[in-house]
Design a protein around this ligand. Structure first.
Ligand SMILES: NC(=O)c1ccc[n+]([C@@H]2O[C@H](COP(=O)([O-])OP(=O)(O)OC[C@H]3O[C@@H](n4cnc5c(N)ncnc54)[C@H](OP(=O)(O)O)[C@@H]3O)[C@@H](O)[C@H]2O)c1
Length: 322
């Protein structure tokens, strides 16, 4: 098998594509021939050793894959050879083959292409979890989504719009904003040349009800001030740094701040998460949700793909094809 391997966690350029021996299956496991590996921002953080969880080395990044089952352990009954499946492997996905537990794979409906299936789960599940469990949304309210042309932000636009919320999308390029408009955003803010906080207040008639923030940094901190009365700052991620939220700005207008950690919740709520995923698949199946078709890179170009994502050159999502 071939995979992107980091012998030590460090700069992306220290990773390389290597030939590795296939590992034999243990009880309960399946072998999947990978057809698409989803790339997420977290893959580069983990490879560089900058993520809160330090992966053991040698390390193969890649948390989400799609492929065909080519081998099953004798005790596996829930899937069969040839099934097209999604697997949330966590690590090891930037490869042409993975071994994973049969109970973790999901047989895919035809409504999703390989690329969509390899890239929707983390983004859509985070938004769905945020909007149903952490901050149940009220239809007719207004939400400002930061990083709205990135993976997490774009999914939030799609899910919030499907729940009847009026979405204002903020992103740095016309291409990213066009993707958000196509998923139902009623207004857009180009963060490269507009004042995001002031524009969001204007567009919402005084202040937004929700702020969905996978970006953080100075932008997140400033946009806290775009929240109206009882507005809720939904904390998702920190690609631009951890914002320092002034407590006086939370007190003013009775604002709230809500943390969202989908991964930690999944660990304690396996059954609820299965229902959550099914709800998302149903919504995709009936056309309510529309995951973006990702930009394709070859597995050999995995480092470039991670670099392009890190440096904000990607509108939407990225997938690696072995
Ligand atoms: N809380 C949870 O449960 C959860 C779950 C999954 C992921 N996350 C987190 O969500 C965050 C976003 O992930 P993602 O997959 O959406 O990433 P992504 O696809 O790379 O999108 C991030 C967006 O942030 C914007 N951005 C602004 N400043 C940036 C900077 N300095 N560097 C990079 N991007 C910058 C970029 O948009 P513009 O160019 O338009 O500014 C970019 O499109 C990550 O921190 C990830 O760990 C959280």
């Amino acid at each position: 098998m071939r995979a992107l391997v980091f012998k030590e966690l460090g700069p992306l350029e220290t990773g390389s594509i290597q030939e590795l021996p296939s590992v034999p299956l243990s009880a309960g496991q399946v072998r999947v021939q990978v057809t698409a590996s989803g790339v997420n921002f977290v893959d580069s953080l983990m490879s560089e050793g900058r993520y809160q969880i330090k992966a053991p080395v040698p390390f193969i990044p890649g948390g989400e894959i799609v492929g065909r089952i080519s081998e099953i352990a004798p005790d596996v009954a829930n899937v069969k050879i040839g099934d097209r499946v999604f697997a949330p492997v966590g690590v090891g996905g930037f490869a042409d083959e993975v071994v994973t537990h049969a109970r973790r794979v999901l047989v895919l409906p035809d409504s999703l292409s390989d690329g969509q299936a390899a890239t929707f789960m983390q983004s859509y599940a985070t938004a769905w979890f945020a909007f149903t469990v952490r901050v149940p949304l009220e239809a007719g309210r207004t939400m400002l989504v930061l990083g709205a042309g990135g993976g997490i932000g774009l999914a939030a636009v799609d899910v919030a719009h499907s729940m009847g919320v009026r979405v204002i999308a903020a992103a740095s390029s016309p291409e990213k904003l066009a993707l958000a408009s196509a998923r139902g955003a009623f207004a857009t803010i180009n963060t490269s040349n507009e004042n995001t906080k002031e524009r969001a207040k204007e567009l919402s008639g005084g202040g937004v009800d929700y702020l969905y923030d996978p970006v953080g940094g100075e932008l997140g901190e400033t946009c806290l001030r775009a929240l109206g009365e009882d507005g809720n700052y939904i904390v998702i991620g920190f690609v631009a740094g951890i914002p320092r939220l002034p407590a006086n700005q939370v007190l003013l207008r009775n604002r709230r701040v809500t943390g969202v950690d989908w991964g930690a919740w999944v660990g304690r709520h396996q059954e609820e998460n299965q229902k959550l995923i099914q709800d998302i698949l149903d919504a995709i199946g009936n056309g309510t949700l529309n995951p973006v078709e990702p930009i394709v890179y070859a597995l050999d170009d995995a480092i470039q793909a991670m670099r392009d994502l890190q440096e904000r050159r990607i509108a939407g999502k990225v997938v690696l094809i072995p």
